[in-house]
Design a protein around this ligand. Structure first.
Ligand code: ZN
Length: 195
């Protein structure tokens, strides 16, 4: 749940709460460094920006289901409601991406995983996706803080949590601009999370 797929000095970058107006800048940077990442998208935002979803796929990145309404906490919702949040978001992301779109993971909003929502995700063909490094970029702590969280917290095989949606993500973009060359210099290769 917290590991990249391959052994070795790998990192799985993950971006939550998009797609948004910042997704394009993040994709540009990833392309510049030949990096790939996993995007945990909110269903209605995928519906609103199908071109961004298609670009994510076309450039070799992968998709993760991050619910319809981003309910927090999720585990207090009824089973039916949780099933809707997971299944409908997967459908919206799939429609935005076009035929054959794969959504391999599910990430609970705020990491609020429960036995129940993990089971629902598995029943819909997705594996729960956690993280090992929380950059807390959503709180806009400053570019240096986001960069330091990765530089100090990352171990080989780690899964890094960042955000391309949910508000002003200019700090995330600026941090990524520093982190991608740092990761490359330190011998990291970009991987997807374990499935
Ligand atoms: Zn989120």
């Amino acid at each position: 749940m917290y590991r990249a797929a391959s052994a070795g000095r790998t990192v799985a970058l993950t971006f939550d709460d998009g797609p948004s107006q910042y997704t394009g800048q993040i994709l540009d940077l990833l392309a510049q460094y030949g990096a790939h990442a996993t995007f945990c998208q909110i269903g209605p935002q995928a519906s609103a920006r199908p071109a961004a979803v298609k670009r994510v796929l076309a450039e070799g990145h992968r998709l993760c289901d991050h619910t319809v309404h981003h309910p927090q906490p999720m585990h207090t919702l009824s089973h039916e409601r949780q099933a809707y949040e997971i299944a409908a978001a997967k459908e919206m992301i799939g429609e935005a991406g076009g035929p054959g779109t794969e959504v391999a993971w599910f990430r609970a909003p705020g990491g609020d995983f429960s036995a129940e929502n993990r089971l629902i995700a598995v029943q819909h063909g997705m594996r729960p996706l956690g993280w090992s490094v929380d950059t807390r970029d959503w709180s806009r702590p400053g570019v240096a803080s986001i960069v330091a969280a990765v530089q100090h917290g990352l171990r080989p095989g780690g899964v890094v949590l960042m955000h391309d949606g949910g508000g002003d993500r200019s700090q995330t973009v600026a941090a990524l601009r520093q982190l991608l060359p740092w990761l490359t210099t330190h011998g990291y290769t970009f991987d997807f999370p374990a499935t």
